[in-house]
Design a protein around this ligand. Structure first.
Ligand SMILES: C[S@@+](CC[C@H](N)C(=O)[O-])C[C@H]1O[C@@H](n2cnc3c(N)ncnc32)[C@H](O)[C@@H]1O
Length: 319
């Protein structure tokens, strides 16, 4: 007998931030002291590909360890989270990690949310082809100031999935503000958290010997040149990644080697020699500290899986 014919079901909802929004944030960020930009702007098409390359680096332990946790405990995580929910993935990227969970979850639908349009569409298309019976929604949106799902997304209890320790890109207060509105009755949250460890290990993950992370960081300048008429001269900016023990975070910067004026988004900005543009923070947590943060956001811990060295944790919370 033939297999029943099933057509992939994919709905794309496009709320990609307008280029005017990017220009506004660049003008504000470069006028600020110290200069800063949100890491969400790393992820144009090339930025997402460079991030995929970072994930393959031996130095980038978060992806390797989190993937191993899913391979080993994916079934247990799904058992803890329960079946039949609408699975909403924040910052889904290449969509590799969810593949370990979907077979166990019997999800009612899968909603991938990401700011990076091409990466999102390509991952969502592959997922829809692989699981033709599963309704797949690809939502291109910026959730930095709150996740607002379109009305087209099915109701019902949700399982939020936020892998990659990307929650570390937010300050603890911002993380609470992001996670609080999601904590509605019946919902769950499965989240990857990078734990405090040896400083050299953490710094190497963000400053690898091949220079892939440096390219990822400097691609932000390439993007501003292309999309906002900028004239950043790449060799004049150095990639820096340092652990700031006071804040408990890795910081990435682009440091100007010389005093220079740069034109971008219709304005001229001065960089002093050695002046830095802060491009990313990546907070590292102790397990108890993150559990306490989540509790403040309305989430109670129900499951915890870590690697043998205690470098990375996958945590399950219920609202
Ligand atoms: C560090 S990568 C992680 C990708 C994937 N989840 C993983 O674990 O390998 C962060 C992902 O989140 C997306 N992202 C970053 N900031 C975002 C924002 N404010 N709104 C929506 N997506 C965002 C990026 O485009 C990227 O795909």
């Amino acid at each position: 007998m033939n297999e029943p014919l099933a057509l992939p079901r994919l709905v794309f909802i496009d709320r990609e931030p307008a280029s005017a929004t990017f220009a506004d944030e660049v003008r504000d960020g470069l006028a600020a002291m110290p200069k800063r930009l949100s890491p969400k702007w790393f992820y144009d098409t090339l930025g997402s590909r460079l991030f995929d390359a970072i994930c393959a680096l031996p130095a980038y332990y978060p992806t390797r360890l989190e993937m191993a946790l899913f391979a080993r405990h994916g079934e247990a995580m799904a058992a803890c989270a329960g079946t039949g929910r609408v699975l909403v993935e924040l910052g889904s990227g290449a969509g590799e990690k969810v593949r370990h969970l979907l077979p166990h979850l019997e999800a009612a639908a899968y909603v991938a949310v990401d700011i990076s349009r091409d990466a999102l569409l390509s991952a969502a298309r592959s997922q829809a082809e692989e699981t033709p019976l599963l309704p797949v929604f690809a939502v291109c949106d910026d959730f930095a100031s709150g996740l607002e799902l379109p009305a087209a997304i099915p109701d019902g209890p949700r399982l939020y999935f936020y892998p990659g320790s990307s929650i570390g890109n937010f300050t603890p207060d911002e993380a609470i503000a992001l996670l609080s509105p999601l904590a509605t009755p019946g919902c769950g949250l499965l989240i990857g958290v990078d734990l405090i460890k040896d400083v050299a290990v953490m710094e190497m993950a963000y400053d690898d010997p091949l220079g892939v992370t440096a390219a990822f960081n400097r691609n932000l300048l390439v993007r501003m040149n292309r999309e906002l008429g900028g004239n950043f001269d790449l060799p004049r900016f150095r990639h820096l990644a340092r652990f700031d023990a006071g804040h408990g975070r890795i910081e990435m910067h682009l440091e100007s080697g010389v005093a220079q004026d740069v034109k971008v988004a219709g304005r001229v900005f001065h960089f002093g020699a050695g002046e830095r543009l802060h491009t990313e923070s990546s907070y590292k947590y102790r397990l108890d500290d993150f559990t306490a943060l989540a509790l403040k956001a309305g989430w109670r811990r129900r499951g915890c899986w870590t690697d043998a060295d205690g470098w990375f944790a996958e945590l399950y919370f219920e609202a």
